[in-house]
Write a protein that binds this ligand. Structure first.
Ligand SMILES: NC(=O)c1ccc[n+]([C@@H]2O[C@H](COP(=O)([O-])OP(=O)(O)OC[C@H]3O[C@@H](n4cnc5c(N)ncnc54)[C@H](OP(=O)(O)O)[C@@H]3O)[C@@H](O)[C@H]2O)c1
Length: 235
């Protein structure tokens, strides 16, 4: 089995995921870009000298096939960054949000994380010290949504999906505690990407840095916790 670390980043064909892939590759890892848009996926892989695999996190069969491809090619996985995410658009007041928007956002941001994580868990278990990073958001923090984000418009889909992702992070960390696989959630901050319609004031590279840090922590590092650039984020 190769000594080089292998990392899978979902939704890595643009935005923060692309920058996470670039920064992990710069550290010497072999990065696999998992994304659904074939053209952008190939383009990103070429630019980053990375590998790429078709992956729609809402389609379990593509996750199974991506895992089989990584297994055949590398025989293990060291880092999984669950970055793929969608907002579901505007108009998410709980009294008005269409249920299909709720389902679509949860399908990608929560169930997609379970789908991909479980598909590659046997490969992560073969790594000497695997790391899972779930790219969450400060708007999913119950503390922050009633604190610094209290004045933000109410949103039932995106923020609630990230709250669920945070809880899921804790549950995976609990289950995997004895395995040496460390599982943490990250908040990239408000970044200039398609997702924010380029209103964010941080660059995607700045947003990527905290996930790269958590993807490369030592064996004595934290698990089941939530971080941004400034430190730990309250749940
Ligand atoms: N930007 C911010 O300010 C901010 C703040 C906090 C948290 N975040 C989180 O950071 C992550 C990345 O966001 P971003 O701002 O970089 O957004 P982005 O530029 O819109 O990129 C999102 C990525 O996710 C992929 N994706 C969406 N649905 C997918 C699916 N079903 N299967 C596979 N890939 C899928 C997209 O691929 P396609 O090209 O195929 O659509 C794209 O590569 C998200 O989880 C987001 O919630 C962002």
């Amino acid at each position: 089995m190769t000594e080089t670390k292998i990392a899978l980043v979902t939704g890595a064909n643009k935005g923060i995921g692309y920058e996470i892939a670039a920064q992990l590759a710069a550290l010497g890892m072999t990065v696999v870009i998992g994304a659904r848009d074939a053209h952008r996926r190939e383009q990103a892989a070429k630019e980053l000298n990375a590998e790429s695999v078709a992956l729609d996190v809402t389609e379990p069969e593509t996750a199974r096939q991506a895992a089989a491809w990584i297994d055949e090619r590398f025989g293990k996985l060291d880092v999984l960054v669950n970055n793929a995410g969608i907002t579901g658009g505007w108009g998410q007041e709980p009294s008005k949000v269409p249920l299909d928007v709720m389902r679509r956002v949860f399908d990608t941001n929560v169930f997609g994380v379970i789908t991909v994580t479980n598909a590659v868990l046997p490969l992560l278990s073969r790594s000497a010290g695997a790391r899972i990073v779930n790219v969450s958001s400060g708007v999913g923090s119950l503390t922050e949504m009633t604190g610094q984000y209290a004045a933000m418009p109410a949103g039932a889909a995106y923020p609630v999906s990230k709250t669920a992702l945070n809880a899921l992070t804790v549950q995976y960390a609990k289950e995997l505690r004895e395995s040496g696989i460390l599982v943490n959630a990250t908040d990239p901050g408000y970044c200039d990407t398609d997702l924010t319609e380029h209103k964010g004031f941080r660059t995607p590279a700045q947003g990527a840095a905290i996930s790269v840090r958590l993807a490369t922590i030592g064996d004595d590092g934290p698990t089941g916790r939530f971080f941004n650039d400034e430190g730990e984020v309250a749940w």
